[in-house]
Design a protein around this ligand. Structure first.
Ligand code: XMP
Length: 319
């Protein structure tokens, strides 16, 4: 792709000019954006870059392994893998307000990056895979009054006291462009084609308070759902699909016993940039089969519902 080749060269020059001989820390989330940003910056400044993958305990099943494999083995880019799940889940205990969740997570990310920066003798820059829609949605709702819809944890600058400046080479791109750039940089298709995954992770797919038990249930249900979507060859038709664990228990019957377990919500949307979206029209047979699999394979769930809300008025994530 000619445009992306040009963009790549231009951005590399810009990154070199901005960073000089400075050191950069880049947070990887497991998503496409941060991976593309990291590979691009690595190409620009090589060993001046340290990539940090923070496991906040809010990741999908096997996520850490996928990311570590990609960076250490495929790219040979050094990667610091920090297990910060105790810290994150500890501070999130009892937190139910969506904005408080996001802000807590954002603050802890910064703390972890600061710690890691110290370990390498200080860093001058923090790199993030912020995209154009992240910038807009955190600032205002297009066409409406200027209100914050959601504070994307990775937008809005850094705390004053921090001595790091931001490097955000994707700030002008939309998702489809990031994917093109990722291909241009040789990222494997299976990674480039992945659905977006938000920085705050499963925290915003678990309305109400977050516990390890709920997260485990959610991770399993989500894995079954995505497996179903892949098996039916629907993955690439869908912009984003995921499971949500509702903070509600309902009564059910299994075998000859009464159950009282959680409800899983399934979400799938089509979109071109995440700014607007339509709910995906699965056939009922697929949904029925998926519900049965989730209830049979995931302990703690006895009911499954499908979200038929588009954006607007809904957002893609539930929080
Ligand atoms: P919403 O839920 O606002 O999501 O319709 C639009 C797109 O943005 C992703 N998203 C986030 N990504 N940090 C991120 O990195 C965040 O805080 C965040 N919130 C939402 C969401 O998954 C969807 O692709």
């Amino acid at each position: 792709d000619w445009t992306m080749r040009a963009f790549r060269e231009e951005e590399i020059a810009k990154i070199r000019a901005q960073v000089g001989k400075g050191k950069v820390i880049c947070g990887l989330s497991g998503g496409v954006d941060s991976a593309v940003a990291a590979v691009l910056i690595h190409e620009a400044i090589g060993e001046q870059l340290t990539c940090v993958f923070v496991d906040h305990g809010l990741l999908r099943l096997d996520e850490a392994k996928t990311v570590v494999d990609l960076f250490r083995h495929h790219y040979n880019i050094p990667l610091v893998h920090v297990d910060a799940s105790k810290q994150f889940l500890g501070e999130l205990e009892g937190v139910t307000d969506p904005e408080t969740k996001r802000k807590t997570i954002g603050r802890l990310f910064i703390e972890v990056f600061e710690q890691e920066a110290k370990k390498i003798g200080g860093a001058d820059f923090l790199a993030q895979g912020t995209l154009y829609p992240d910038v807009i949605e955190s600032v205002s709702f297009t066409g409406g009054p200027s209100v914050t819809i959601k504070s994307h944890h990775n937008v809005g600058g850094l705390p004053e006291r921090m001595n790091m400046k931001l490097v955000e080479p994707l700030r002008e791109l939309f998702k489809d462009e990031v994917r093109k750039l990722g291909r241009e940089l040789g990222l494997p298709e299976i990674f480039v084609g992945r659905h977006p995954f938000p920085g705050p992770g499963l925290a915003i797919r678990c309305p109400g308070d977050i516990t390890r038990d709920k997260l485990d249930i959610l991770r399993k249900a989500d894995a079954v759902y995505i497996d179903q979507i892949r098996k039916h060859g629907l993955y690439d038709e869908i912009w984003q699909a995921f499971a949500v664990l509702l903070p509600v228990k309902t009564v059910g019957v299994m075998g000859d016993g009464r159950t009282y377990d959680y409800v899983v919500g399934l979400r799938a949307v089509t979109s071109t940039d995440g700014m607007t979206a339509d709910f995906y029209q699965f056939d009922m047979k697929f949904l029925g089969e998926t519900a049965t699999r989730i209830i049979n394979e995931v302990k703690g769930v006895n009911r499954v519902v499908y979200d038929v809300t588009s954006k607007p008025p809904g957002t893609i994530e539930w929080e």
